[in-house]
Every structure is written in C-alpha cells, then in structure tokens.
Design a protein around this ligand. Structure first.
Ligand SMILES: [Zn+2]
Ligand SMILES: [Zn+2]
Length: 372
C-alpha cells in the first residue's frame, strides 16, 4: 500500500522549498521504509537549493540528516526489521566495496548515487504531482516518511532520543571526524576551527574530546562565536588575521598544530589562510564545499615543504558511519558529546524555508524539523 504524506520539494534552483503531497511506494528488494522522527537542516541542502551543488535532476526532496523507526522492509533486507530505530547515513556504507572493506566507509562506492538520488535499481519510490522525485543523498528526510536503501540505515540503541540521533547522520560526524580523523588532533594540541555552524561546532567538540588544550574558533558572527564556547572553544576571533596575531602569543610563535575548515562556503583564500595558521607538522583538514568548478588556491609552498605541513580533504569526517555513529551516540549518553545544545530552534516541515532563513541570519547552529 502506498503511503500518502508530505515533502519539501525543490522544483527549480534558486527557488524556495515547496510543501507538496508525496505518494510513497512500498520498499522493494534491499529497501527500507522509515517513519522519520526528525530531520536536521544541513547547509548542503542550501547548496543544492541555490544550485551550487546540483542534483542530476529535479524535482527533488531535500534533507539528508534523519533518524526514525523502520516501518517496513523489502525482500532480502537482513540488518534491520520493522520497529528498529535507525540513523540515516548521508553516505551509504555497503560494507563490501573496496573502500568499505578497507575501512573507509565514507568513500563507499554506493556514495556515487547521492547526487543522482534514485534507488539502487535506478527508479524512484517517491512521486510528487505525477513526477518521480529525486532524493537528496538518496534519503529525502524533508518528509515524515521515506524509502531508502538498506546500506543507508544504521541501527541504533532504542534508548537514544531520535531527534538528537538525527544530527549524527551528517553534521555531527562530519565535524567530529574533521578533528579526530581528518586532522588527527591529539592531547595538548592547539587547534583552530574556521567557521562555526552545525559542522564547525562539532569540529570544536571533536577537538575538545580528543584532548586539545587550546581551541580557537574563527567566525565573523559574534553569536556563532558565543556558541563555539558552549562546545569547548577556549578563544574566539572574528577573522583569520586576528587569530594569526593571537596565535603568535598563545603558542610562542609555534602556531597551531591543526586547522579545521568548516566555513559555509570555502574559497582558495580561506585555504591559504588556514595553511598559514599552522606551524611545523601542522595539519589542515578541509571539509567545506565551495564552487565545484573552482581550482585556485594560493598558499605558501615554501612553508608547506619546509614546515612539513599537510593539507587533507575530508568527506563525512573521514569516518566509518557503521562504527562511528553508534560510538558517538554512546559518547552523547555519557555526557561527553553535546547534541541537545546543537539544536537551537525546531520547526515543522512547512517552516523549512524559515529555518534556512534563520541559518543565513545566524539565528541557529542547527535547525531541526520535528515530525511528531
Ligand atoms: Zn549534511
Ligand atoms: Zn561500500
């Protein structure tokens, strides 16, 4: 029986999300129908909406940060059953492809489909006004129900509140992993985090839990800088230039051990700044996206060589979602990872455009849509 529900749909780049009636087919082989509890509002959906990160085709249902309860499964689904609580992973983790097998689930071969937004057999279960809809990251969490692949769902413990768990499907793990895996932050280090949004706040707490002694948050917004302190920032500055001047004193000229780039839209200039903020053996981890056609970066090649610096790209925090999602949720239950504090405002599905307006105006770190 198809489910009739609603979804936030993008019909044209540059326009707002529109709430439409969604007709959802039953899950087929290898697919799962999930009743969502909540969806985070990540910056990547804004990148899609404005057309910086276009999907293969429109219309598309947004949202890729969700958690909920499995309602129904198709044939040959073995890792979850109806009633199981799951986090939706914005990149699937099949467990069998060469990347997954080598311990790099963030690079799972099935991830090639996230910009296509169809099921594994190349068709859609989501129908809007007679059109087959694509899904952001093959998830489409801007809807109370969705059908997705088994490889995109990760079973979690039932004691974990689903609205908090939703955030671990993208932003939390991405930010955390930028610090812990991308830049390999270790105890006693000095870490700079450039850009304090939903990802940057988690990069700050990743650095904190990894034992960084000084965590320097850089963001032009005073409100975002104040938020950074909640997650563990010890110093805050409005610009890279201010941070550079302060680092000279704070580190007696040695500069930072790591710099994490988690700004909303990255440019070559920001990457050059980040490389200039780290000292000998300094690591720069780049998580932010920018113009996908941009190839220009200016940085000191001499310092890169002479100070043995590293610049590393970072996708989904270079994490293994099947390992890291449950682990991060355990840290939340122990009180080491803050999730409640990330959710600055909650919205209903029909307030989705307001939520993004608030993000652009620095009124939320992470907006959350609730479906209960
Ligand atoms: Zn995201
Ligand atoms: Zn895989």
């Amino acid at each position: 029986m198809p489910v009739k529900t609603q979804a936030a749909v993008l019909w044209e780049y540059g326009q707002d999300w529109r709430i439409e009636e969604l007709e959802l087919d039953d899950p087929r082989e290898g697919e799962v129908l999930v009743r969502l509890a909540a969806s985070g509002m990540c910056h990547s959906d804004e990148h899609v909406r404005v057309g910086d990160l276009p999907l293969e085709a429109l219309p598309a249902i947004g949202g890729h940060e969700g958690a909920g309860i499995v309602e129904k499964v198709g044939d040959n689904v073995t890792s979850v059953k109806p009633g199981d609580h799951v986090v939706l992973s914005f990149i699937p983790a099949c467990g069998r492809c060469p990347s997954c097998a080598a311990g790099h689930q963030n690079l799972c071969d099935e991830g090639a489909g996230i910009g296509v937004g169809l099921q594994a057999d190349g068709t859609s279960r989501h129908h809007v006004r007679g059109h087959d809809a694509r899904l952001m990251c093959m998830l489409g969490t801007f809807a109370p129900y969705t059908v997705t692949r088994e490889s995109s769902v990760i079973r979690i413990d039932e004691s974990i509140p689903l609205d908090k768990a939703a955030l671990v499907g993208c932003g939390v793990t991405t930010g955390w992993g930028t610090a812990v895996y991308g830049a390999r932050v270790s105890a006693g280090e000095t870490v700079v985090v450039m850009g304090i949004g939903g990802v940057g706040a988690n990069a700050v707490q990743g650095a904190r839990v990894a034992g960084a002694s000084k965590i320097i948050a850089v963001d032009p917004s005073e409100w975002n800088r104040e938020q950074a302190k909640i997650f563990g920032a010890t110093h805050t500055y409005a610009s890279a230039a201010e941070a550079r001047a302060a680092l000279v004193d704070l580190t007696r000229g040695r500069m930072a051990d790591a710099c994490l780039i988690t700004v909303g839209v990255v440019t070559g200039e920001i990457i050059g700044d980040a490389v200039s903020l780290v000292g000998k053996l300094g690591r720069v981890a780049l998580t932010s996206l920018g113009d996908t056609t941009d190839t220009r970066v200016t940085l000191s090649m001499f310092e890169l060589t002479a100070w043995q610096k590293t610049l590393v790209g970072c996708l989904f925090g270079n994490a293994n979602p099947r390992y890291d999602v449950p682990r991060l949720l355990e840290l939340y239950q122990q009180g080491d990872l803050l999730l409640d504090e990330l959710i600055t405002r909650t919205y209903t599905l029909d307030q989705v455009n307001q939520g993004y307006e608030d993000m652009r105006a620095h009124r939320n770190i992470r907006g959350l849509i609730r479906y209960d």
